[in-house]
Design a protein around this ligand. Structure first.
Ligand code: COA
Length: 423
């Protein structure tokens, strides 16, 4: 028996693009037998999107589908439906993120799935929740970031590019997948007690909004107080609060600790020569020491958050002046000695070659049949009892025959299914 915690759990991975695959990939890392079901001939659309090598699965696919097995199945053909039914009878979980109603149109309603396997956990991602006035909409990442409130609260509140802004972090896709993974494991634990499966659904809008909790907090505060004291608009641009809507706060700290992105040596030519600096209240003394400003320690215009806020941007300008001849790494090396929460702005290139991330298994190189190997992101969750080992994403239909044989089909059945393109 494998030491991986989810070994023995069988998951039908009827997902595509990012939100669903990110969820099932994580469960596969932790030991579940994840069988990715794809349309014969084409497969997940991401296999061919943004290719960096001709005729090889794109990184879009390989980075979201590691550790899985691959089964091709045309679930609109009778033979394909029959295979899926057998698979449902033998599996613990089915995950899907098709457009609204697609699974029902295929004939796999929740009632039908339950009749095949009352213990089945059916996990779905949709753009909006069931019964929502937008439930019929198809949704991609950026659509969800807009629908879930992230875009309205991200970016600058003034200037040429001050409109709603999308984050490059996959708040709509992978984040929803992570929520779904929690939902699946919760339902699985529930099933140990009741013996029954259940339907688990996460909407991308809800998952984005769940991460925008502090912005909803701010809306509730704004409704009561009329302004937001920690926002960069306070107190010099109070008109930003006049419409009673949470304004975009650019790079301000989202909690009670003001912060900002500060320029370091070389920012004129290096787009990432910056650090994030946080003015943590109780670290004020160390900050003054780090900056060589001991006189700020007892000055009422500086020694309380309220005293500092009216001129917080001037304080950041002073810190910027202090680090203008230091690289972002040198600046952090100074501030870390004073226990100040800060970090360099890291580029993708820097992260890709980061020794610590490679050592921890967050950045990994995976052997692959067609690509030779590919670099991917490993598990962000680390365990003391086992180390998630990342293996290659499957070639389209790589495990079709093996999975069909496990389901009891003989060689002639399998050949017939290939001939009719059901697999
Ligand atoms: C992502 C999304 C917009 C893509 O839309 P799309 O490319 O039009 O694909 P759909 O999911 O609607 O599926 C298209 C069809 O393929 C069919 N299909 C998928 N796999 C199949 C298979 N193995 N065999 C036969 N048919 C298959 C579906 O049944 C569906 O058919 P129908 O609409 O004719 O009934 C849509 O799937 C969606 O909104 N998903 C939910 C939200 C989500 O997860 N979005 C984020 C993705 S990262």
């Amino acid at each position: 028996m494998s030491d991986k915690p989810l070994a023995g759990i069988k998951i039908i991975d009827f997902t595509h693009v990012q939100a669903g695959p990110a969820c099932t990939q994580m469960l596969a890392w932790f030991g579940a037998d994840v069988i990715k079901v794809e349309r014969p001939g084409s497969g997940d659309v991401t296999r061919g999107q943004l290719r960096d090598m001709p005729d090889a699965d794109a990184l879009y696919f390989t980075m979201l589908n590691s550790n899985k097995r691959g089964l091709t199945l045309d679930t609109k053909q009778a033979a394909g439906k029959e295979v899926l039914e057998r698979l449902i009878k033998e599996s613990d979980v089915m995950v899907e993120n098709f457009g609204p109603g697609a699974l029902d149109r295929m004939g796999f309603t929740w009632e039908h799935i339950q009749s095949l396997n009352p213990g089945m956990i059916l996990a779905s991602v949709k753009g909006f929740s069931d019964g929502h006035h937008y439930e019929d909409l198809k949704v991609y990442e950026n659509v969800a970031q807009c629908a879930g409130g992230a875009a309205s609260t991200t970016g600058y509140w003034k200037g040429e590019n001050s409109g709603p802004t999308i984050s490059s972090a996959a708040l709509g896709d992978s984040n929803t997948g992570m929520h779904l993974a929690i939902g699946i494991l919760t339902a699985y634990i529930g099933k140990q007690k009741t013996g029954k499966g259940q339907k688990v659904a996460v909407s991308m809008q809800d998952a984005v909004l769940n991460l925008c909790r502090v912005k909803m907090r701010d809306q509730l505060r704004l409704d009561k107080v009329g302004y937001l004291e920690e926002y960069p608009q306070y107190p010099h641009e109070m008109e930003a609060f006049a419409d009673g809507v949470v304004p975009r706060g650019a790079n301000a700290g989202g909690g009670g600790q003001p912060g900002w992105i500060l320029k370091c040596k070389g920012w004129e030519t290096d787009p990432n020569a910056y650090i994030y600096f946080t003015v943590q209240g109780h670290a004020w003394g160390p900050i003054c020491d780090a900056l060589g400003k001991p006189e700020w320690k007892d000055d009422p215009a500086y020694n309380t958050p309220r005293g500092r806020q009216p001129h917080i941007m001037d304080i950041f300008a002073t810190i910027e002046d202090f680090i203008k001849d230091k690289t972002k790494f040198e600046a952090v090396d100074i501030f870390r000695k004073f226990d100040i929460p800060c970090a360099p702005v890291q580029s993708m290139k820097e992260l890709l070659h980061d020794k610590s991330l490679i050592a921890s298994g967050t950045i990994v190189e995976v052997p692959h049949k067609v690509r030779g190997s590919y670099t991917t992101l490993g598990s962000p969750i680390k365990y003391s009892g086992f180390k998630p080992e990342i293996t290659a994403s499957p070639i389209l239909g790589e495990h079709t025959d093996a999975v069909l044989a496990e389901l009891g089909y003989n060689a002639a059945d399998i050949a017939a299914m290939h001939a009719s393109k059901a697999v």
